[in-house]
Design a protein around this ligand. Structure first.
Ligand code: NAD
Length: 257
């Protein structure tokens, strides 16, 4: 049996699926990943959280990247991979999407906000680092671009940062707990487009596997956890998942209860 056929069969026979996605699921939407050639890290260095907090120049650079679209992770549309995951939700067999992505494309593809666990936050809005008040990028853009004003909280004056989790920044505890709960409750853990090198997020698939779930990895390059997986499918996520979860009939034909 081919890997594609095994993938379709394992998805079809699973009842409680946790999907774990990384930057690789969004490259077909035109958003570069971090580690592939041409990826974000080949073009610019990450700004560590401690630098953002300590240095005005780092904050200015972070906001320049946000408003110039340099990182490129907002404004794209979901692709066939996201839509295949959304069909699993429609079929009532998706426990949750655990994502390292900050692009909001699972929600845009129709998975309800409450079923998307964002381990690394979201790039589509900003938050005060002191009081956590939400700020919309649209309100911050003009003052930054026209007057060079680095965003500060309108309520408490604290530092405002996009709601992403930067290197060196503490993980959101609630999201980590939700991810671990999904890993322990699923019978299939499906990794789509992650190199599985960024911890603690990359520890979640291991947790699911050790708890008895089947582990599948779909990625175009080998990952750090291939040896642990029940099935590794080497390929492009969009076409692979479109075939495994077809639009009509097949694995996702049941309706959500
Ligand atoms: P990564 O860049 O380390 O790994 C992505 C993996 O996906 C690579 O192994 C690559 O070979 C594979 N890949 C790329 N396109 C693919 C495709 N079309 N089909 C199959 N495989 C494909 O990314 P990561 O594991 O998510 O970890 C790095 C961090 O990147 C995450 O923490 C995340 O926050 C951040 N990030 C997010 C976005 C986004 O929101 N879209 C974009 C870039 C980086």
């Amino acid at each position: 049996m081919s890997d594609a056929a095994r993938l379709a069969r394992m998805i079809a026979s699973a009842r409680r699926i946790a999907v774990f996605t990384g930057a690789g699921i969004s490259t077909e939407s035109g958003i570069p990943d971090f580690r592939s050639p041409g990826g974000v890290w080949s073009r610019m260095k990450p700004i560590w959280f401690q630098d953002f907090v300590a240095r005005e120049e780092s904050r200015r650079e972070a906001w320049r990247r946000t408003f110039s679209g340099a990182a490129g992770w907002t404004g794209a549309a979901p692709n066939a991979g996201h839509h295949a995951v959304a069909r699993l939700w429609e079929a009532g067999r998706l426990l949750a999407v655990i994502t390292q992505n900050v692009d909001g494309l699972h929600q845009a593809s129709g998975v309800p906000v409450g079923d998307v666990i964002e381990l690394h936050g979201a790039a589509g809005y900003a938050k005060c680092l002191t009081c956590e008040l939400r700020h919309e990028l649209a309100d911050l853009r003009g003052p930054f671009l026209e007057e060079g004003e680095i965003p500060a909280c309108r309520a408490c004056g604290g530092l405002v940062k996009t709601a992403t989790i930067s290197f060196g920044q503490p993980m959101p505890q609630e999201a980590m707990e939700q991810a671990q709960a999904a890993a322990l409750a699923c019978d299939l853990f499906l990794v789509l487009g992650s190199s599985l090198v960024v911890y603690p997020a990359a520890g979640v698939p291991t947790l699911a596997k050790r708890n008895g779930a089947r582990l599948i990895i779909v990625n175009r390059e080998p990952t750090d956890q291939d040896a642990l997986a029940d099935l590794v499918v080497a390929g492009e996520i969009g076409p692979v998942m479109q075939a495994a979860v077809p639009t009509h009939g097949g694995a996702a034909s049941a309706t959500r209860d």
